[in-house]
Design a protein. Structure first.
Length: 130
């Protein structure tokens, strides 16, 4: 005689575990996600005003160091409380727009860099180490 597998208890268990995971992830994000904060150091609009480059000082509390972040967004977008989407460094840096589609980042060669994207949001990023 074949043993019949009961799928209903397995399905209920999977649904309950998935619900616990989703609720737990949401609660952890709400409780711990706000520990980091961005302070806008400098805001530079592109020549045509359609894009904005933000230099941010990101701090995630006493147990971590701070970092300097470059975030590039369309000017009509809100700045989220997230790490930079273009360049992240342990030392400050400067930016300037070359034209509407090209941004130059002047940074110190001695910096620890954690992210150096070459292109973001249809904008080419040029890095100049000093």
């Amino acid at each position: 005689m074949k043993k019949k597998i009961r799928f209903k208890p397995i399905l209920i268990t999977v649904i309950i575990l998935t619900a616990y995971f989703v609720v737990g992830y949401y609660l952890l994000d709400k409780l711990l996600g706000g520990m980091c904060g961005n302070q806008i150091i400098h805001k530079v609009n592109s020549p045509n005003g359609k894009k904005t480059a933000y230099i941010l000082l990101r701090d995630c509390g006493a147990t971590t160091g701070y970092s300097y972040n470059l975030t590039l967004f369309n000017s009509d977008e809100n700045l989220p409380n997230k790490s930079g989407n273009t360049f992240v460094s342990d030392k400050s840096f400067n930016v300037k727009w070359i034209n509407d589609k090209k941004l130059q980042v002047d940074y110190q060669n001695s910096s620890k860099t954690y992210e150096m994207d070459k292109s973001v949001n249809w904008t080419k990023i040029e890095y100049v180490g000093e």
